[in-house]
Design a protein around this ligand. Structure first.
Ligand SMILES: Cc1ncc(COP(=O)(O)O)c(C=O)c1O
Length: 422
């Protein structure tokens, strides 16, 4: 009989709906159900999940408080195209933690959040250029699917066919964590730059924490030149701290984009900013944003239930799980005497075989990606799932109790020997 993966490959592009899912070999994992820290994978059984939806599931799979909130919402209908209490409550919770006194616009994905924030920054400042960083990811829209060109002028070039070169040139690109490069760009083009958009911790090129002084320099330069600073906290929001990277690093942004965690595993994105900037968005102002599903009641109640659990200590438990997992990786790797780096910020981390330091994207490119894939595959054979890509992050959740991580530590010892020794 034809397998589900074969059927998928006939009707879905690449057999999946988002490319990272096609990276596992021999094909995408087929998941039958999920609960707590575990996926139930066809042909494998129970697998400890450290991908966790690529970030949203900080409470693990199907946590009861979220399930209950969703069930309750479903009993009352699920799309009103009007105003509902849950939107206001989630906006209040988000604003309280991320930008007290600020306003929120809910959209449906991190992609929509950064697209909207960039349009808002351009509309607010009347400038066209934005500056982003090589090695940062802000979703799948044209202004950010841009790489550094070869010219010193840092003009971006399309990262994908279909992105117009004329649009890509409005996105300047600098290396992540290089204050010198950003200073140079601002010296040349400072008066034309609407916004700098940055992942405060790079979480889509492995995990690269900001160098000391990097975020502060972005704050200083944007303020000096009248540009907005956008923190893309789609991953770091409600993960590093309830107030995200702004709270964790003590640097305030002008606009914050959120997604993932604040929808509790349901589709969501958000732009958060001060009233005087947010007032430029429709319907208060002229900068266009709209969406059939904006503020979807199911995402709202799921996000609210998630934030409440994080406030009650789940955020700390997710970080503790990652600390234990990092220790387990080190205990397994150290006896081998091989070079490696582990970068971890609270409950996001990545392991880089073959390099002694990872503080900029070029260091990730220098890591032994093949060894990483061997490690991913050796772990998967032992029913532990870490991302198949060294360019993604390993996540933990509050459902990864000490005994779950201990189970992983055992698998790690033999997987690491199989994948990385000799
Ligand atoms: C930092 C960052 N920004 C934006 C996005 C895009 O979010 P979405 O996939 O919800 O469109 C992602 C997705 O991984 C992300 O990590």
């Amino acid at each position: 009989m034809e397998s589900l993966v074969d059927r998928a490959r006939r009707v879905l592009v690449g057999g999946v709906n988002s490319p990272a899912r096609a990276l596992t070999r021999p094909g995408p994992l087929v998941v039958e159900s999920a609960s707590g820290p575990y996926l139930n994978v066809d042909g494998m059984g129970r697998v400890v999940d450290y991908i966790l939806g690529y970030g949203p599931l900080i409470l693990g799979h199907s946590p009861e408080p979220v399930a209950e909130a969703v069930r309750e919402q479903l009993g009352r209908g699920w799309l009103y195209a009007a105003l509902a209490e849950a939107e206001v409550e989630l906006a209040e919770a988000v604003a309280r933690h991320v930008m007290p006194g600020g306003k929120v616009r809910f959209v449906n994905s991190g992609t929509e959040a950064t697209m909207t924030a960039i349009r808002l920054a351009r509309g607010y400042t009347g400038r066209d250029l934005i500056l982003k960083f090589e090695g940062n990811y802000h979703g799948a829209h044209d202004s950010v699917l841009v790489s550094a060109g070869s010219a010193a002028a840092s003009l971006g070039v399309p990262k994908s066919p279909g992105v117009p070169g004329s649009l890509a040139r409005l996105t300047l690109v600098a290396p992540y964590n290089s204050v010198d490069a950003v200073e140079e760009v601002f010296e040349e083009r400072g008066g034309d730059i609407a916004a700098v958009i940055v992942e405060p911790v790079a979480g889509n090129y492995g995990v690269i924490p900001p160098r000391r002084g990097f975020l502060e320099a972005l704050r200083r330069l944007t303020s000096r030149h009248g540009a907005l600073l956008i923190f893309d906290e789609v991953i770091t929001g409600f993960r590093l701290a309830l107030g995200g990277a702004q709270e964790y690093y003590g640097v305030r942004a002008d606009l914050v984009t959120l997604g993932k965690i604040i929808g509790g595993g349901f589709p969501i994105g958000a732009v958060v900013g001060p009233r005087h900037i947010m007032a430029h968005l429709t319907p208060e102002g002229p900068v266009f944003n709209a969406g059939t599903f904006n503020g979807h009641p199911v995402s709202m109640v799921a996000g609210l239930a998630t934030i409440r659990e994080l406030e009650r200590g789940a955020l700390k438990r997710a970080s503790e799980a990652a600390r234990a997992l990092e220790e387990a990786f080190r205990d397994a790797l150290d006896p081998l005497g091989v070079d490696y780096t582990i970068n971890r910020v609270e409950s996001m981390m990545q392991v880089f075989p073959g390099v002694g330091e990872v503080s900029e994207p070029s260091h990730v490119s220098a890591a032994d990606a093949k060894a990483y894939i061997r490690l991913h595959e050796a772990l998967l054979r032992r029913r532990v799932l870490v991302t198949p890509s060294i360019h993604e992050a390993i996540f933990t959740s509050s459902a990864h109790a000490p005994e779950v991580v201990e189970e992983t530590a055992e698998a790690l010892r033999s997987a690491v020997r199989e994948a990385l020794s000799g």
